[in-house]
Design a protein around this ligand. Structure first.
Ligand code: GDP
Ligand code: MG
Length: 317
C-alpha cells in the first residue's frame, strides 16, 4: 500500500556505495544463512559424501529447489573431478552456480521501434509499480524519454502511486479516472507518438476477481497494444517478489503460458529473500532475468549480472 512512509523511503538520498556493495548487503541475510550451512563444506576443503550432503541441504534451504539442486550437485561432482582434489569447494560451487544462472543474463535492449513498449505484469505487491518508477529513471539515464501508462485501473491507489513515480521522474503519466486498461494503453501509445516519446512503461493490475480474469485482461491489454503499434509490446516482463520462494517458478510458468513473457524482474532481494530462486528459475523455466531490485529507492534496480550476483550470494571462503 502506498503511504507517506513509502514516499519517504523512495525519496531518501541515493545510496552512495558501489552497486556490488549494495547487492552484497541486500543479499546479506541469504549469504549469512548460507555461511552457516556451508561452513562445514568450505572448512573441510574437500567435496566428499558428507560435504555433498551438507551442500544439498544448504542449497535446498536457500530456495534453489529440488531440480536445480540435483543439477548443481551433478555438475559440481563433474567439475570437482576435472579440477582435481586441490580445488576449493567454494570456487567449484561458484563456477557451477554461475554456469547455471548465466543463461538468464540478457540485458534489456531498446530497439529502434517507437514507441518501444514494455508491459509489466505480476501479482499484487510483487513490485510492478515500484519497478516501473526505477526503470523510468534507468531508461532516462540511457537518454531515452519515457511515459507511464496507468493500466492498473482496478485500484485508485495504484493510479496515484504511479503518478507519484511520474513526478519523481518528471515524466508524464497517462491515466483515466475510471475504466478500461486497454483504453489507457491506446491513449498512452497515441500520446507517446504525439510527443515523440521513446519508451512506454505499461503498469497492469495484479489481481482481479479471479486468476482467469486477470490473465484474460492481460492478454487483452497485449492485443490492444499490438493494434496501436504492430509488433508491440516489445517486452512483456513479469515482476516477481523474491520472497515468494518456489512459488515464483509457478508464477513464471503461469504468466508465460497466458501472455508470453520476454523477461523477468526479481524484486526485494534486499530483505529476507533467499536469492537461490534465481537458480530454480534457470533450471525449471528459464526466461531472461532483465533486472533485479534491492530496495524501494529509485536507484535500487540494476541489470542482472550472473557472476556479480553469485559472488554477492556466496559467503567468503
Ligand atoms: N525492500 C524492497 N521493497 C520493495 C522492492 N520493490 C518493491 N518494494 C515494495 O513492495 C511493495 C509493493 O510494491 P508495488 O510496486 O506497489 O507492487 P505492485 O502491486 O506489484 O505494483 C511496496 O511497499 C514497495 O515499496 C524492493 O526491491 N525491495
Ligand atoms: Mg501497482
Amino acid at each position: 500500500m502506498f503511504d507517506l512512509f513509502k514516499r519517504k523511503a523512495a525519496d531518501a538520498p541515493p545510496d552512495a556505495r558501489p552497486w556490488s556493495e549494495r547487492l552484497k548487503s541486500g543479499l546479506s541475510l541469504s549469504r549469512d544463512r548460507l555461511a552457516g550451512t556451508l561452513s562445514g563444506v568450505f572448512s573441510r576443503r574437500k567435496l566428499d559424501e558428507e560435504a555433498l550432503d551438507e551442500l544439498e541441504a544448504a542449497l535446498l534451504m536457500a530456495d534453489v529447489g529440488v531440480a536445480a539442486t540435483a543439477h548443481l550437485l551433478d555438475d559440481l561432482k563433474m567439475r570437482y573431478r576435472r579440477a582435481g582434489p586441490d580445488a576449493s569447494p567454494r570456487s567449484v560451487l561458484r563456477d557451477a552456480l554461475i554456469a547455471l544462472v548465466e543463461q538468464l543474463e540478457a540485458p534489456l535492449v531498446v530497439s529502434a521501434s517507437r514507441p518501444f513498449v514494455i508491459m509489466l505484469a505480476g501479482v499484487n505487491g510483487a513490485g510492478k509499480t515500484t519497478s516501473i518508477g526505477k526503470l523510468a529513471k534507468w531508461l532516462q539515464q540511457q537518454h531515452l524519454s519515457v511515459l507511464l501508462a496507468a493500466g492498473d485501473t482496478f485500484r485508485a491507489a495504484a493510479r496515484e502511486q504511479l503518478a507519484v513515480w511520474g513526478e519523481r521522474n518528471n515524466i508524464a503519466v497517462i491515466r483515466q479516472e475510471s475504466g478500461d486498461p486497454a483504453a489507457v494503453m491506446f491513449d498512452a501509445l497515441g500520446a507517446a507518438r504525439a510527443r515523440n516519446i521513446d519508451v512506454v512503461l505499461a503498469d497492469t493490475a495484479g489481481r482481479l476477481a479471479t486468476q482467469g480474469q486477470l490473465m484474460e485482461e492481460l492478454a487483452k491489454i497485449k492485443r490492444v497494444i499490438a493494434k496501436a503499434r504492430a509488433g508491440a509490446p516489445d517486452e512483456v516482463l513479469l515482476v516477481l517478489d523474491a520472497n515468494t520462494g518456489q512459488n515464483a517458478v509457478a508464477q513464471v510458468k503461469a504468466f508465460d503460458a497466458a501472455v508470453g513473457l520476454t523477461g523477468l524482474i526479481l524484486t526485494k532481494l534486499d530483505g529476507t529473500a533467499k536469492g537461490g530462486v534465481v537458480a530454480a528459475i534457470a533450471e525449471q523455466h528459464a526466461i531472461p532475468l532483465k533486472f533485479i531490485g534491492v530496495g524501494e529507492g529509485i536507484d535500487d534496480l540494476r541489470p542482472f549480472a550472473a557472476a556479480e550476483f553469485v559472488e554477492a550470494l556466496l559467503p567468503d571462503d
